[in-house]
Design a protein around this ligand. Structure first.
Ligand code: TUI
Length: 313
């Protein structure tokens, strides 16, 4: 598979691993990069010291390029932004906000900046500010979700910018990769599929929940506070939803969510943990080494793309 993304970043396959908060550590990122994709450390709500440690972990395990995702709602976003510039990581991706204020800092450190853009307006702004590519992430994804679906967002973003577009949300196998390419993307980002990676250190309860999930196993909560989040339909998600629509005051609702990502990832706590997941959990059936995941989605996509002419004679 040929993609401008591979040339731009020096990677073998145009597959990014989502920078999932609390999940995407140096070990997972190194395994993905070593497997030919782009591994990405998720800074989430962590301080800069954690991010620096994880950068060291990746560098001790691979000399291939990798990225750091900066979650812009984090109270530590400023210090993490500074740290990635000092460390001169190859790629920074951003999520859950507008990264305009950091663009000059990162670009002058030689970093390729690849923001998640949930709208055409954001894609145009990022193009003007010198992003290297953009990630069009549809609402099928896990975690913080935008309004539009991948099927609609990707072609709209492709029409709005000349930058390479990476599709995310709802992609877990070669069919998704091929479809994303048909929509105009030149690469994909997958998060949920990598939750099942052998190198992914989430609690065994979390992994098992993903492997066993069915088609209606995720739901979106948090709309009322302006941060809609897709997660597995667990006791916690149901309780949260009831509180949200039952009129719990904003500050109490906010308190209910504090620490919930950590409780899912580290403790597998079904009562108090928020198990972020995309809709594709239903398509994830087995634990596999990260490198095998990267290779297999591309090997599945290639014949689909080559065979697309069967529909047109
Ligand atoms: O960011 C994600 N997914 C995430 S972040 C996260 S941690 C979290 N913690 C507390 C509250 C909410 C989340 C878990 N999952 N995906 C990328 C993404 N970015 N999706 C949507 C956006 C986005 C939304 C608005 C990007 C830019 C944006 O700009 C709005 C503006 O104009 O500032």
């Amino acid at each position: 598979m040929q993609s401008v993304l591979c040339e731009m970043l020096g990677i073998r396959y145009p597959v990014f691993q989502g920078g999932m908060a609390w999940v995407a550590d140096g070990k997972l990122a190194a395994a993905v990069s070593e497997g030919g994709g782009l591994g990405i450390i998720g800074a989430g709500n962590a301080p800069a010291s954690y991010v620096r440690e994880q950068i060291r972990v990746v560098r001790s395990q691979t000399d291939k390029p990798f990225g750091v995702n900066i979650m812009l709602l984090s109270p530590f976003a400023d210090e993490v932004a500074q740290t990635v510039a000092e460390e001169k990581v190859a790629v920074v991706t951003t999520g859950a906000g507008n990264p305009s204020r950091y663009m000059d800092l990162w670009k002058s450190a030689g970093i390729k900046v690849i923001p998640v853009v949930p709208s055409v307006a954001m894609a145009k702004l990022m193009t003007r500010l010198g992003a290297s590519a953009v990630i069009a992430e549809g609402g099928e994804s896990g975690g913080h979700v935008g309004e539009l679906t991948t099927m609609v967002l990707v072609p709209l973003i492709c029409d709005a910018t000349d930058l390479p577009v990476i599709a995310a949300g709802g992609i877990a196998d070669g069919r998704g990769v091929a479809a994303a390419m048909m929509l105009g993307a030149c690469g994909v980002q997958m998060g949920t599929r990598f939750l099942s990676a052998a190198e992914c250190g989430i609690h065994p309860v979390y992994k098992e929940k993903i492997l066993k999930a069915g088609d209606l196993c995720t739901m979106v909560t948090g709309k009322r506070l302006g941060h809609p989040v897709r997660s597995l339909r667990t006791a916690f998600a149901r309780d949260y939803s009831r509180a949200e629509y039952g009129g719990m005051p904003d500050d109490e609702l906010e308190a209910l969510g504090v620490g919930a990502l950590r409780k899912a990832v580290q403790e597998g706590d079904l009562q108090k943990g928020c198990f972020l997941s995309g809709q594709v959990a239903a398509m994830v059936h087995q634990e596999q080494p990260a490198a095998e995941i990267v290779r297999s989605v591309i090997e599945e996509a290639e014949p689909l793309l080559l065979g697309a002419s069967k529909w047109v004679r």
